[in-house]
Structures are given as C-alpha cells and as structure tokens.
Design a protein around this ligand. Structure first.
Ligand code: SF4
Ligand code: SF4
Ligand code: SF4
Length: 187
C-alpha cells in the first residue's frame, strides 16, 4: 500500500507551550513574526468558576485534495512522490492565489524568500533521514505523533487504531492528513 504520512494531535496533552512553534522556526529558518505552526488557545468556555480551555496545534493540514495545488498557475505548489503538498520556491511567482485558496489559513509569503511557505512535515530535512519532524520531537506534552498511517507499526497508526479522531473542515473534501483527537477535552 502507498505511504500516507500523517500527524496525530492529542489535544488533551497540548499545554500550549509553543515549543513546537520555536523548534519549527529553527529547523526551517522561518523568518521573524512568521510561523508554519502555532498552538492557539480555544475558549474559555463555561461559567466561572467552572471554566475550561484547551490548546491545539494548527498548521498546514497536508490535504490529499488540496485547493492550494489546484489554483497554482506555475505548479510551484505540487504533490511530491509521497502525495505531500510541497512548494517549489523557484517556481513561485508570488501571486498568493494559494494563500487565498487554503481554507486553513496555513500559508504565508516568506519574507526572506518571497515565495509561499508552509509546513512540509520536515520531510527532506528530517523524515527522509529517518527522523521525526522537529515539532514532534520537541513536543513537551507528548501531544504529537507522526508516521505512515498505512503502516500499522507507525506511531501515528498505533494511536489512531484505538482513538476517535476528527479532521478540520472535513466537509470541504480536502482530505487532510492531520488527525485531531479530543479525548479528555471539554469543548
Ligand atoms: S492546509 Fe492549505 S496549504 Fe496545506 S495542503 Fe491544505 S490547502 Fe494546501
Ligand atoms: S503564490 Fe506561488 S505557490 Fe502560491 S499560487 Fe502563486 S505561484 Fe503558486
Ligand atoms: S512538521 Fe516541520 S515544518 Fe511542519 S510544523 Fe512541524 S516542525 Fe514545522
């Protein structure tokens, strides 16, 4: 079976420390005040003193049916051999069509390269060398897992096998590769 890399986010374990955000910036030379991932707070909900809130890692959802690829006039945004959405900065003409098309607000124009930018699953720099993405390795709460979800032995598949998960904006038909698990979270 073809590989399908995915990331699992166990929201109850995310403490919103932004260690993943910082690790990502160092790994990928993301310019100041720009981000490939962040962990915003959701809430608070409820009535004092019974209030609750949670944090969640937000980033490119690595869609398998990606609107950003569809609209790119130069094919700078494309699927690689593993079906991951990547950006060829050399081919990017800076039209920003992909920024508008992305329903997850996951892209930005890199202030240094002038090209569209987003999460790459750290593929070339780490995953292809047998390492985990920088954010996964760094996650303080152990909220992030990564791997080929079609391989039952991968970290991601093992968690998904016994968990209920959701996709962001599944109704859009983008078929994301980020799996969100809300077990233990009050929404
Ligand atoms: S989340 Fe946005 S940038 Fe990422 S693959 Fe989907 S449409 Fe493209
Ligand atoms: S900004 Fe670049 S990657 Fe995005 S649609 Fe335009 S050419 Fe393609
Ligand atoms: S997988 Fe890599 S590029 Fe994507 S958010 Fe994590 S550290 Fe950043």
């Amino acid at each position: 079976m073809a590989k399908h890399y995915g990331m699992v986010i166990q929201i109850a374990k995310c403490i919103g420390c932004q260690a993943c955000t910082v690790a990502c910036k160092f790994q990928n030379n993301v310019p100041e005040r720009q981000y490939r991932t962040q962990t915003p707070a959701f809430g608070p909900t409820g009535t004092y003193p019974n209030v609750t809130m949670y944090f969640s890692k937000e980033a490119c959802q690595m869609c398998q049916n990606a609107p950003c690829v569809d609209v790119c006039p130069t094919k700078a945004s494309h699927y690689d051999e593993n079906g991951l959405v990547m950006i060829d900065a050399e081919k990017c003409v800076g039209c920003k069509y992909c920024l508008t098309a992305c329903p997850y607000d996951a892209r930005f124009m890199n202030a240094e390269t002038g090209a569209a930018d987003k999460c790459t699953f750290c593929f070339d720099e780490r995953v292809a060398q047998g390492l985990k993405p920088a954010c996964v390795t760094t996650c303080v709460g152990g909220a992030l897992s990564f791997g080929d979800v079609n391989d039952p032995e991968s970290d991601a598949a093992k968690i998904l096998a016994h968990s209920k998960y959701e996709f962001r904006k599944a109704e859009l038909g983008t078929h994301p590769s980020l799996y969100y698990i809300y077990d233990g979270v009050v929404r």
